[in-house]
Design a protein. Structure first.
Ligand code: HEM
Length: 221
């Protein structure tokens, strides 16, 4: 009980929990990206990958629950820490730009909440299939056809690309600062960890955006 209190109620503990849950979510994003890129290998490989995931059964549900737990905790702590920071300093700094370093770091809560909204839409779109009536006529298990049908709308594709931009800003700062929060920030590592955020952010933006853009350009059909 005491450990839980320390973790949730001290801002250092809360930041550590944010770092660990953030790492778990980043791991999922990279795994999801590598699976999704199989779309460029054709319908058969992509659908086989999706079917393979489904066949994991109980294991898939354990992973989903772990992911959901990490996500809920990450968002809860982000909102709590932001509210605490704001009430500790109700008057904004006169020269905020000089005190808070980069664009990405200043807007973590905004890009984070945009991601929460994106994930809600994304689940309604491809997991529950509530938003696009054309999915109902697709053959069962043809995830490839569903993704192509989904991204043939420029508005939907444009929304995904914008969301990926928000995600990459979020990861740019998040991934670089996770090492500092977890105390893994040492002299020789600094230049490497500072670059890791922008590298992961670029891979995520280019990788995910390439899918809706390739569908719109007719390169994947
Ligand atoms: C071009 C970008 C993306 C594509 C094409 C895509 C594709 C998909 C598809 C097809 C599914 C449903 C799979 C199925 O029901 O068999 C799915 C589920 C999901 N996606 Fe994405 N996704 C993209 C980006 C993202 C991003 C950026 C995130 C998170 C930040 C994300 C998080 C999820 C989650 C949490 C699920 C539910 C997983 C599950 O039910 O086990 N996706 N995605």
């Amino acid at each position: 009980m005491k450990l839980c209190d320390r973790l949730f109620n001290s801002s250092v503990g809360a930041k550590m929990l944010m770092a660990v849950t953030g790492l778990m979510l980043t791991g999922f994003v990279l795994a999801h990206l590598s699976g999704n890129l199989l779309i460029f290998a054709g319908a058969e490989k992509f659908n086989a990958y999706a079917a393979g995931l489904k066949s994991l059964g109980a294991l898939l549900w354990v992973a989903r629950l772990g992911l959901l737990g990490a996500f809920v905790l990450h968002v809860y702590l982000a909102v709590k820490l932001t509210a605490e920071n704001r009430s500790a300093r109700p008057v904004k700094y006169a020269h905020e730009a000089t005190i808070q370093a980069s664009f990405a770091s200043r807007y973590m809560i905004h890009t984070g909440l945009m991601m929460a909204a994106f994930i809600a839409f994304h689940l309604a779109h491809y997991t529950f299939r509530w938003t696009d009536p054309s999915f109902a006529s697709l053959p069962e298990g043809d995830i490839y056809a569903m993704v192509i049908a989904g991204f043939s709308s420029p508005a939907v594709s444009g929304f995904y690309v914008l969301a990926m931009l928000a995600l990459s800003f979020h990861l740019c700062h998040g991934v670089s600062s996770v090492f500092q929060t977890l105390g893994l920030y040492h002299g020789n590592l600094n230049p490497m960890t500072e670059k890791l955020g922008p590298i992961v952010a670029t891979i995520v933006f280019v990788g995910f955006s390439s899918i809706p853009l390739a569908v719109l350009a007719g390169l994947v059909k």
